[in-house]
Design a protein around this ligand. Structure first.
Ligand code: IFM
Length: 422
């Protein structure tokens, strides 16, 4: 492999979300965790015993404590130490979320102390030469929002926009990049169709209502942020999956096209005129349709997700038609032993580079995640290990994984060096 250089001023970093790393929260998810931890521990064997990693995680996955986010990584108190690590690894940007339930714990009461906390977070990043990318909603809400029916209720949109306006005012001199929503498609599918994470509903009509409300919120937030902060760059981080049909049966191609449209493009098409950039969260390929698989699949992560690096290229190429700058706002792997992460990173970046070479305007890459954390979708808890940095949840000690050093070389040289250099 020859040296592959990335564009000048390309941003390199990693991503987290408040609920997954901060600790000490009280929101609709923490309440749901308390009520469902026993059940989730009881279901672990059925859900995870097919995974190669099962013998190593069995005890943890069957322990109800695994499903309580609790003090998480204590990042709320340790963010400076964590940002020191990110800086030492050559990161030039960092994505994190501001937790609505901290800022507005009771309706209409904004907590100035917590606003100050996040101001300090932003300043800590800037002091270390990292550009902050602020997510404004990463799935959690204050309990008073859940009490009025959460995103099923139109009033939630109005409350959310009031929160957005407050944040835009407070941070207009400190933050340029705002990601309004994180993965509304995953939140809605698992929360309102499969019912496997909060609020645990299985009702397609409610799902539709929630999705439309989120869509409305994203569009209107764009206008509100720009009215307060004209120089802001406002985007979304959506989950994009690479879909393929299991085999070439005619009907399967139709199914694949339909699923792909609704998962990857429906929401984006609705909001595309109110968007400065697209955030692409990419993890894996999914085979859909009927009959036996004729597609040969590759290696799997600890979570059983297929490692399919070329998928990031296919997705980025398909997003080119929107003619917006793009950031890969998440891409990562659950790999407790850090055996696959190095190649995962190199191979995905190689394909991302290929897309850039072919004219796709990608301006940054955020690895998921800086730290091991509380794995969010379907509340899998602490056993999946996504971190560049390992966290010992007993002592809170941080240990940089070898793959993080490989990624650091890429960040520091702004290039993928020939194989021999890694
Ligand atoms: O941990 C999550 C994150 O919260 C949203 N995107 C996918 C990640 C890995 O599952």
């Amino acid at each position: 492999m020859e040296n592959k250089q990335f564009p000048q001023r390309f941003l390199w970093g990693s991503a987290t979300s408040a609920h997954q790393v901060e600790g000490g929260l009280h929101n609709d998810w923490t309440e749901w965790e308390e009520k469902n931890a026993e059940r989730l521990a009881g279901e672990a064997e059925k859900k995870f015993s097919h995974l190669a990693i099962w013998p190593n995680i069995k005890a943890q996955a069957q322990d109800p404590q695994n499903y309580i986010s609790g003090r998480a990584c204590d990042h709320y108190n340790r963010y400076e130490e964590d940002f020191d690590i990110a800086q030492s690894l050559g990161h030039t940007a960092h994505r994190f979320s501001i937790e609505w339930s901290r800022i507005e714990p009771r309706e209409g009461e904004f907590d100035e102390k917590e606003i100050e906390h996040y101001r300090n977070v932003v300043r800590a990043l800037r002091a270390r030469g990292m550009e902050p990318f602020v997510t404004l909603w990463h799935w959690t809400q204050p309990t008073w929002i859940a009490d009025i029916g959460g995103w099923e209720n139109k009033r939630t949109v109005e409350y959310f926009l009031r929160f957005i306006k407050k944040i835009a005012h407070e941070f207009k001199n400190e933050v340029t990049f705002f990601i309004v929503l994180n993965e509304p498609n995953i939140y809605t599918a698992f929360g309102f169709i499969k019912g496997s994470h909060p609020p645990g509903i299985k009702n397609i009509l409610k799902a539709k209502k929630v999705y439309l409300n989120l869509c409305d919120a994203q569009k209107r937030a764009y206008k509100i942020i720009h009215s307060v902060h004209p120089r802001a760059q406002v985007g979304i981080a959506n989950s994009f999956m690479h879909f393929e049909e299991k085999n070439r049966l005619f009907f399967n191609v139709f199914i694949k096209d339909t699923v792909e449209y609704f998962w990857n493009f429906w929401f984006l098409n609705k909001i595309k005129n109110d968007l400065d950039f697209i955030g692409c969260n990419y993890y894996s390929r999914y085979l859909v349709g009927f009959g036996n698989e004729t597609v040969k699949t590759g290696d799997m992560s600890d979570l059983g997700w297929e490692i399919f690096p070329k998928g990031i290229y296919f997705i980025l190429k398909r997003l080119k038609k929107y003619k917006k700058p793009m950031y890969v706002t998440e891409n990562g792997i659950a790999d407790a032993q850090d055996k696959q992460r190095k190649n995962f990173i190199i191979d995905h970046l190689m394909w991302m580079h290929e897309a850039i070479e072919e004219g796709v305007d990608v301006r940054g890459y955020f690895h998921w995640s800086l730290l091991d954390n509380f794995e969010f979708p379907e509340v899998r808890g602490f056993w999946p290990r996504f971190g560049l940095v390992e966290v010992d949840y007993e002592t809170m000690e941080r240990k940089i994984r070898p793959s993080a050093q490989v990624y650091a070389k890429i960040c520091k040289t702004n290039s993928l060096l020939p194989d021999s250099n890694f």
